[in-house]
Design a protein around this ligand. Sequence first.
Ligand SMILES: CC(=O)N[C@@H](CCC[C@H](N)C(=O)O)C(=O)O
Length: 382
Amino acid sequence: MSKTVIPSPFVQVRRELHQIPEPGFQEFKTQAYLLDFISRLPQDRIEVRKWRTGLLVNVRGTAPKRRYGYRADMDGLPIQEDTGYEFKSTHPGFMHACGHDLHMSIGLGILAHFASHPIRDDLTFIFQPAEEGPGGALPMLESEEFQAWRPDEIFALHIAPEYPVGTIATKPGILFANTSELFIDLVGTGGHAAFPHNANDMVVAACQLVGQLQTVIARNVNPLDSAVITIGKIDGGTKQNIIAERARLEGTIRTLSADTMKLVKSRIEAIVNGIEASFACKAEIDYGSNYMQVYNEKSVTAEFMSWLSESQAEFGVKLHECTEAMTGEDFGYFLESIPGFMFWLGVNTPYGLHHAKIEPDEAAIDTAIGLMTRFLTWKSEQ
Ligand SMILES: CC(=O)N[C@@H](CCC[C@H](N)C(=O)O)C(=O)O
């Protein structure tokens, strides 16, 4: 006899959100979906405020002394999906490839629980746009809407493809890197492919520049420190037999300290000046958006880790104290002024974050909802 497997309601929510990935600050359908879901929850303790394409939701406690915040990010990535899903993205060239569909469904699951099982303390649910860029956290944090329901402590998670479902990985102190986007435009003189001596080839300049940028990490950063420069995109020229007048490099810088970020940027600037001189071209650097490191406040994180290590067997989860990673997250801005932490949630998939084939194990959704509802309930009882 065939058995029909009914997915958890929040797996279905994730699948519906997966189909509508939108770029940062254009999460219109996503916002409408969240609003519609929230409108079907018990309303007596809930208030909702829009902030741009994001949302803030207040859940009033029964006798509040403190307020806890839970944040989920909302935007998708410019990736053409290549999964085997029946519920693929319906937005060509866009995909939830960084797990924000899971993050939101987990956020809704925790919210749905507390809408009908209020705790003593108040809760703020933060559905934040534009994490992948240009960064929604900082302007949201500074907004009147956020300040009205500003939490005393704040929490978030990020899916982790490399860990099995049930693994929760985190650490006190720095978890994710400082980041800066990097855009470099090179402008020279184009020309006929057969007359290179009359032109000034920006494809050659861009290739040299990419090679020289590798020396910053290999030769300027202390080998006991860590930094990354990744050039993820090069654009240059117009046709195979035309020497390129322009080229553009697009990338990102990651460091574990603000000082190393300064060092890396000053070396990039020196190298770019050298390219200008050696190719007699013009170069412009734009650092785009910059994110603060994710720094887990030590005592709140230690409290979570000790609570989790005592209760992990009961909840079927396993705590792993991980090392820091060079990922970036604008949740770091919330943590800069509000104590709290972020953790990795194992979703066991061979493809990494930002990969067109990533298929996170959806069992992690209920794991995370169960974990966070229990943790927030326990916090409120202390
Ligand atoms: C978790 C994650 O993958 N976050 C992104 C954040 C991007 C920051 C910014 N747009 C940049 O590219 O520097 C990441 O790429 O780590």
